[in-house]
Design a protein around this ligand. Structure first.
Ligand SMILES: [Zn+2]
Length: 113
């Protein structure tokens, strides 16, 4: 249950932040989960429901931004959207890519009360 440990990590971040600000609850949380991460969204949602119970995030409104994958080819310098981590360059079929975007997994913002 990889997703559950991710959710618990997010709960830790939110609780630490709220404690530092002296807040009682988190009203809104915005997450960024890149399309190239191995997070399975259905599993993430069910892990979320279980793990936030009795935590500061229990009643918060959650928004998830899925950042699309984007890469550059180190052989021909093409830049293109990347759907899977191990796809080849669409121009030259090269496999030496630099990932620019899509591997993010972070808390973008928190609205606390
Ligand atoms: Zn290329």
């Amino acid at each position: 249950m990889h997703e559950l440990s991710i959710v618990m990590g997010i709960v830790d971040i939110a609780e630490e932040h709220a404690r530092r600000e002296g807040a009682q609850s988190v009203e809104e949380i915005e997450l960024e989960i890149g399309c190239l991460t191995t997070v399975e969204m259905e599993a993430f949602e069910s892990a979320w429901k279980q793990a936030v119970k009795t935590t500061i995030l229990e009643h918060s409104v959650k928004t998830i931004h899925r950042t699309p994958g984007r890469a550059g080819c180190l052989e021909c310098a093409a830049e293109f959207p990347l759907e899977n981590l191990y796809d080849a360059c669409p121009d030259c079929q090269g496999h030496f890519l630099q990932i620019y975007q899509g591997k993010e997994l972070r808390v973008r913002s928190l609205v606390i009360h």
